[in-house]
Design a protein around this ligand. Structure first.
Ligand code: NDP
Ligand code: MG
Length: 382
């Protein structure tokens, strides 16, 4: 009998996707990759398909041509992801693609009661209530792969009853202790040179503006059912403590591991067990000082804005994410300065109504509206 867990990985060619695949390669006797998705990077996908003998691929960018012999089954476009989830037998879906395009298919997989290993935080930011409620009703398991949330999950093991406060740690990116002018005038090359983490471009920019931590506050409030006022952020440049839980009785638990997504990936893949990896990952005698600093909310106004929208209605959270995405794309195209990103988010938020939504169609429509408003508002910074 085949006892291997069958896995689909969306965003397999990305930074997180390849880390998950590296872990699977270390423990091949436990897992079988049955399907992967990429957006445009056919060459990378081809290598993965051969290496893991994968029978199905989804190429989400419908504008590029795909060789017929790439894989046994080839799905095309964003709808191809849904077709893949509907037609393949699998146990775990890993979601590691940028943006919210995966939202519909994630809801489909949850509806089928599957286990979801979720890296794509944007999905929880825009539709956290819907995703978590559906998972509860259908008995689907959501395992957080984002390192901070994974750390918290390792501390609580799914029991959120005794959480007093959550402490999200932040690397602070490249600029946390720099002056305002240096941050505001930073170039794309400087921003993409993260001191600790090697990640995709979008999240690396988010890390330098601390919008990433803002998104993570909203992600945490949905995952762990904690009000945003009980979620704190601490800059921890060493990136050894990945986050902490302060329990209601005053005790803290923290999760530590080296600066790599592989430990979070490994925990999710083997959950609820732990694999014996026979590895000493940290040398306590050489860790040095574990320091924590309070973030400067005036310097990092994206973080401050996220704290506000976390307490507001869903339309504000959708708009925050959408405006940030648009602004980051423009920054990466060198059309706007880094300092314009919070301005574009703020301007977009003021143009949105304050509302919660119950359907996916409403969420996607509001996201589209916020994106186009942000695009218009950004023009004053060109
Ligand atoms: P990357 O940019 O490295 O990879 C993105 C992946 O998504 C690639 O496989 C890419 O395909 C695919 N992709 C890109 N655009 C689209 C699209 N429009 N539709 C469908 N698929 C698309 O990103 P990361 O791996 O850094 O991040 C992925 C997600 O994980 C993000 O939501 C991020 O916030 C989250 N995350 C990342 C962490 C990290 O350490 N990198 C840590 C925690 C969370 P192709 O390669 O073909 O372009
Ligand atoms: Mg994170």
């Amino acid at each position: 009998m085949n006892t291997k867990k069958r896995i689909i990985i969306f965003g397999a060619t990305g930074s997180v996707g390849t880390t998950v695949l590296e872990e699977i390669a270390c423990f091949r006797e436990h897992f079988e990759v049955v399907g992967v998705s990429c957006h445009s990077n056919i060459e990378c996908a081809e290598g993965i398909i051969k290496n893991f003998s994968i029978g199905a691929v989804a190429v989400t960018n419908s504008r590029i041509s795909v060789p017929k012999n790439l894989c046994g089954k080839i799905f095309r476009g964003i709808d191809g992801l849904t077709a893949m989830v509907e037609s393949l037998e699998f146990d775990i879906l890993v979601v590691a693609m940028t943006g919210i395009d995966g939202l519909r298919v994630v809801l489909r997989a949850i509806d089928r009661g599957k286990t979801i290993i979720l890296a794509s935080k944007e999905i929880l930011v825009v539709a956290g209530e819907m995703v978590m409620n559906l998972a509860k009703n259908k008995g689907a398991t959501i395992l957080p792969l984002d390192s901070e949330h994974n750390a918290i999950f390792q501390c609580t093991r799914g029991d959120n009853r005794f959480i007093g406060r959550l402490w999200l740690t932040a690397s602070g990116g490249r600029f946390w202790n720099q002056d305002r002018q240096t941050i505001e005038n930073a170039t794309v090359t400087e921003v993409l040179r993260h001191p600790k983490w090697s990640m995709g471009k979008k999240i690396t920019v988010d890390s330098s503006t601390m919008a990433n931590k803002g998104l993570e506050i909203i992600e945490a409030m949905h995952l762990f059912g904690v009000e945003p006022t009980r979620i704190e952020v601490a800059i921890h440049p060493a990136c050894t403590v990945h986050s902490l839980v302060e329990f209601c009785d005053g005790s803290f638990l923290a999760q530590l591991s080296p600066v790599s997504m592989k430990y979070a990936a490994r925990y999710c893949l083997f959950y609820p067990k732990r694999v014996d990896a026979r590895e000493q990952s940290l040398d306590l005698f050489h860790l040095g000082d574990l320091q924590f600093f309070r973030p400067d909310l005036e310097k990092f106004s994206c973080l401050k804005l996220a704290m506000e929208v976390a307490q507001g209605k869903q339309s504000q959270r959708i708009a925050y994410n959408a405006a940030n995405e648009v602004a980051v794309e423009l920054f990466l195209e060198e059309k706007i300065a880094l300092k314009a990103i919070p301005e574009i988010i703020r301007d977009t938020l003021t143009k949105m109504e304050d509302k919660n939504y119950t359907t996916l169609e409403e969420i996607l429509a509001v996201n589209q509206m916020a994106r186009s408003r942000a695009g218009q508002l950004a023009k004053r910074f060109f």
